[in-house]
Write a protein that binds this ligand. Structure first.
Ligand code: NAP
Length: 300
């Protein structure tokens, strides 16, 4: 019987593992991806994590993981398929057939890329990771779709590889932070296309362009590649009917990360929170582990 099973190995899950080990709790991290570090791995450069200015997301995630491993955190690779509560403990079911019992669960499964869902997008390759796929578009013309931190960060990353980067956004204001916006506006080969709503991805087997409507006018743009950075959706499907979720599927939990279900805590991007950053995910992991420790003490 574990004290805590942590589901997810992003910033929240790995920090929860660090805090759980420091509290001498018997904890296990169940992770879908081998040696996972979560969504932070997709960021080219992390500029807002105190003390580690300029580290790549991949390196920051690796540091979190190394830290948890050095403290002796245990990992199990596999996708959690179900959770059940018997009134005393949780059973975590994993796709490989394992069923593991635990006193508490910290759900830190994060969020996944929202898919571009327009005609033609299912038949042609749309990329969701500039750092992973950028090198395929060296000296080519690409578009990044979206107006948040991810889209602008991706556009800046791609501008160093591609010939031209069109940043296509549906409104005339970007929601990304101002320093990213300034850098985008100062970059010669990034062209912003605003108030543009995509209507189709065009091409044969591969992407050849997009159709879009800009201020009421139908237009077409020829492209070699498309990067979609249009936000994320919470990975909370298995919590349906188990605890309260908001209308978008985020787990309703306060600052102490307690959900509406006994012994179940939510941490990181999957939780209802006004700010989703690597530092807030890490902070959630810490709070969730301490809340789980307190819960276990209260029950004993
Ligand atoms: P986001 O902030 O939710 O932005 C998504 C963008 O996509 C918005 O501009 C949105 O338009 C647009 N969009 C949504 N659905 C669309 C659709 N169907 N078609 C076209 N455009 C669509 O997502 P994000 O940029 O991935 O960021 C998620 C969180 O991670 C944020 O809290 C962000 O601050 C954080 N983040 C932080 C960093 C960092 O600190 N270094 C880096 C990356 C992400 P509207 O603006 O019109 O809604």
């Amino acid at each position: 019987m574990y004290d805590i099973i942590i589901i997810g190995s992003g910033a929240a899950g790995l920090t929860a593992a660090i805090y759980a080990k420091r509290a001498a709790l018997n904890a296990l991290v169940v992770e879908k991806d081998y040696m996972g570090t979560g969504q932070i791995a997709f960021s080219e450069c992390v500029e807002n994590y105190p003390g580690l200015l300029g580290l790549s997301g991949l390196d920051l995630g690796d540091k979190f993981r190394e830290h948890a491993e050095q403290l002796g955190a245990k990992f199990h690779e596999g996708e959690v398929t179900a959770l059940s509560w018997n009134g005393e403990n949780w059973t975590v079911e994993i796709a490989d057939g394992s069923r593991i019992e635990t006193k508490t669960v910290i759900f830190a499964a994060g969020a996944s890329h929202r898919r571009l869902d327009i005609p033609g997008s299912d038949k042609r390759r749309i990329s969701y990771c500039a750092v992973c796929d950028g090198s395929l578009y060296k000296d080519k013309t690409v578009a990044v779709i979206g107006g948040g931190d991810t889209a602008l960060g991706d556009a800046l990353y791609l501008s160093k590889l591609s010939k031209t980067v069109y940043l296509i956004h549906r409104r005339n204001e970007f929601r990304a932070n101002k320093s990213l916006q300034e850098r985008v506006f100062e970059t010669d080969n990034i062209v912003t296309v605003t108030e543009a709503v995509l209507s189709a991805v065009t091409g044969g087997d591969g992407v050849e362009g997009v159709d879009y409507i800009q201020r009421g006018e139908e237009k077409h743009m020829a492209l070699d590649g498309i990067f979609a950075a249009i936000g994320s959706v919470p990975n909370s499907r298995i919590l349906d009917g188990i605890c309260e979720l908001d209308e978008k599927g985020f787990v309703i939990a306060g600052e102490d990360c307690r959900t509406s279900a006994d012994g179940l805590f939510a941490a990181g991007d999957v939780r209802t929170t006004p700010l989703r950053q690597v530092i807030t995910a890490a902070a959630d992991g810490a709070r969730a582990a301490i809340a789980a420790e307190n819960y276990i003490s209260e029950k004993n």
